[in-house]
Write a protein that binds this ligand. Structure first.
Ligand code: GLU
Length: 278
């Protein structure tokens, strides 16, 4: 490993942190020799600021001090808007005026597999124009095929398995890049943030590995640097189930209250990855 990697831990304040978050923060800290704390709070429909205090308390208790001041995505809406404008100027995104109900009907079509959605030609042009003129907000979707053509061959480096992975958008279809209600999306915000923060190594759970295809493609379209990706194992319950925020018993706050010590907690987490992988 040449230079010290720059990593981040990016929790969404939608619930209490549990062991899985503790492990994610530990991995970011381990690989980066410290980490940037970014609060992923773009989704005002789900985020609650009360949870931010809990996140800070938990990280202090875990003895994982973050570098500098925490970063909040909600302060960066202008940067996400600029990124969307660039994609619009490239004509690689299109507005989608479908209602939730219309989309559900598409998704549950008997012949279609669940995900890939391309909605550009689903509404006749006059109907799109009518909805737009009524002031209806649109979601913006990526023209995935055109975007891949524009980008040329593109891949991301999977540090855990030591290999390049070719970007494949099949499972994503024309993924939403800006939601109608918040004007951005997880995907767009994350790539803009990682670039602003100079993140060189994105460490996060393996459940997010699929999203990396979208992120890498967006980085090429937006002319942003490409970090290395390390998708770590997820912490499971004793019965092998993945932890969720609704599993109250596993929240760090309740474990602390039940008298668990930091050592107990760390002893029950998976091993930290070898730095030789980077
Ligand atoms: N905010 C996301 C989460 O809490 C993580 C985003 C990321 O690491 O890319 O799952």
């Amino acid at each position: 490993m040449a230079k010290q990697p720059v990593t981040r831990f990016a929790p969404s304040p939608t619930g209490e942190m549990h062991l899985g978050h503790a492990f994610a923060a530990m991995v970011a800290n381990h690989i980066g020799g410290g980490y940037i704390l970014r609060i992923d709070d773009i989704d005002h429909t789900r985020c609650k600021y009360g949870f931010v205090t809990g996140i800070l308390d938990d990280l202090r208790w875990l003895q994982l001090p973050w570098r500098g001041a925490p970063v909040f995505q909600s302060y960066r809406l202008g940067s996400y808007k600029d990124a969307l404008s660039r994609l619009q100027a490239l004509d690689l995104v299109y507005p989608c005026y479908l209602t939730r109900k219309e989309l559900d009907a598409v998704l549950s079509a008997p012949h279609g597999s669940p995900a890939p959605v391309a909605t550009d030609s689903m509404l006749p042009a006059p109907e799109k124009a009518r909805r737009a003129s009524q002031g209806r907000a649109a979601a913006w979707r990526l023209r995935s095929t055109a975007a891949l053509d524009w980008a040329g061959p593109v891949s991301w480096f999977d540090a855990r398995n030591g290999r390049d992975v070719a970007v494949d958008m099949t499972a994503h279809g024309d993924v939403v890049i800006a939601r109608r209600d918040i004007g951005t999306s997880y995907h767009l915000s994350v790539v803009v943030d990682d670039a602003i923060d100079g993140v060189t190594h994105v460490t996060r759970g393996e459940d997010l590995a699929d999203s990396t295809h979208v992120h890498r493609l967006l980085q090429v379209l937006l002319d942003l640097p490409s970090p290395v990706y390390f998708h770590h194992a997820l912490v499971a319950t004793k019965s092998g189930k993945r932890l969720a925020k609704r599993d109250k018993a596993a929240s760090l706050a309740s474990l602390r209250e039940a008298g668990q010590t930091l050592n107990n907690i760390v002893a029950n987490l998976p091993q930290l990855p070898s730095l030789k992988l980077l």
